[in-house]
Design a protein around this ligand. Structure first.
Ligand SMILES: [Zn+2]
Length: 421
């Protein structure tokens, strides 16, 4: 099959005008101009996207699809712990099919917005079949947490049960594991997660360095998170703060050696950044969730300067206004980063942070995960212009393809074999 359009963006540095991609089954075979591709490959099956751009699909490296339906039931709070309390108490009112509806809604929103790969955090025993059969390429990080030492064996049993049920992997779905965060997850949970990661070859992720209160909790054993544990009536009398930063704590536990995906990293010292870079771990920045909680300036530039693989996530609809990566892209424009670097963060860097190779570019032998986005007439054939124009209100995602399969398409797309432009 050939997919063609006015522009093909195959990676962050390459634009083909009057371009085409030849696909076979799940993979890209060749990318070039229409004259080149049509002279080399059969033209009996051509999908013509007209004056659009075809580009790699978005990689949303961090979200919680099971929380999608919380969007209308949560509100912004001054303190992070009040937001967590709100999530926990709203969840108690869930209907039996709440999680399935949340996941289905989140998947549909993602496909419509042109996301092809997701890193999804999942905690419930419900909804597993839906995640495993999703049309999206998906890494599901099964979440473990718990701070009550009396319940440690229950926590261990629960995550082992989740991991057992989550297997096996498919060509689009992989299981992974995430100890939630240091303020909710004892070191025994982190150590157990490392053991499971090793035993089942699972990629690992964790929320880390998200708030200044988390740093205070680990360094001094005081502050908001002690108040939160008390509010949940969770005992913490035997817990001794490690008196180091959250990143140093992960290093001490041996977590960084697993090259995890580190989510948020909103507050980092230079020593933290060196530890992350030396361990070759990835960092996920969630720009609009960062805005939602009114955090200070994110250390994006310092991480990039240190050579850290930086990826982008939406986080859940409980702390964001959409699951559309183009909305994250608009925020990134304000950070004064080179546009090609931003595109890498939203595509190939994201795939790398999820442990997925050959995803995030349109190149020979890479996965045929692509989108077609309509373009305003004033677009010119540069990465800078195309990225800016796809964020305009008149630009729409027309097509989402994962592993060579069309998984979303606007009905009005012409499939006639016509020459674009
Ligand atoms: Zn999260």
């Amino acid at each position: 099959m050939i997919v063609r359009a006015k522009y093909i963006v195959s990676d962050s540095r390459t634009v083909n005008e009057n371009g085409a991609v030849f696909l076979c089954q799940s993979k890209v075979i060749a990318v070039g101009t229409w004259p080149e591709i049509s002279a080399t490959f059969p033209v009996d099956n051509v999908l013509d996207m007209g004056s659009a751009v075809i580009m790699p699909g978005w990689v949303n490296t961090h979200t919680h699809l099971e929380l999608t339906n919380l969007h209308d039931l949560t509100e912004q709070k001054n303190r992070f712990i009040d937001w967590i309390w709100q999530i926990a108490t709203v969840e108690q009112r869930r209907e039996p099919d709440w999680i399935q509806q949340s996941i289905a809604g989140g998947i549909q929103m993602s496909l419509m917005a042109g996301t092809t790969t997701i890193g999804n955090i999942h905690q419930s025993l419900d909804g597993l079949a839906m995640l495993k059969s999703s049309p999206l390429r998906m890494v599901v990080f099964y979440e473990t947490l718990g701070f009550n030492p009396v319940l440690e064996s229950e926590y261990a049993e629960r995550i082992e049960q989740l991991i057992q049920r989550s297997l096996p992997a498919t060509d689009r779905y992989r299981s992974a594991i995430t100890p939630h965060a240091p303020y909710s997850t004892r070191l025994e949970r982190y150590q157990h997660s490392l053991e499971l990661a090793q035993a089942y070859s699972l990629h690992l992720s964790t929320h880390i360095s998200e708030t200044e209160a988390e740093i205070q909790f680990l360094k001094c054993g005081t502050g908001d998170f002690i108040e939160l544990l008390d509010r949940f009536s969770i005992p913490h009398h035997d817990w001794i703060p490690p008196q180091i930063s959250p990143i140093a704590y992960l290093d001490q536990l041996g977590v960084l050696q697993a090259q995890p995906q580190l989510v948020h990293c909103n507050y980092l010292s230079e020593a933290d950044i060196r530890l992350i870079a030396d361990s070759r771990s990835s960092v996920v920045f969630c720009p609009r969730s960062h805005q939602y909680f009114h955090h200070q300036h994110h250390p994006v530039q310092r991480l990039i300067a240190a050579g850290v693989n930086l990826a982008i996530g939406t986080d859940s609809l409980a702390s964001n206004w959409s699951l559309d990566m183009k909305d994250e892209l608009k925020v990134l424009f304000d950070l004064d980063l080179p546009r090609p670097q931003i595109l890498d963060m939203l595509t190939v860097n994201g795939a790398k942070s999820l442990g997925w190779s050959k995803v995030g570019r349109l190149e020979e032998g890479w996965q045929a995960d692509l989108i077609a986005v309509s373009l305003p007439a004033q677009t010119i054939g540069t990465i800078e212009s195309i990225l800016e124009q796809i964020c305009q209100p008149e630009a729409h995602n027309l097509l989402t393809m994962v592993g060579g399969e069309i998984v979303y398409r606007i009905d009005t797309v012409s499939v006639k074999n016509r020459v674009p432009g």
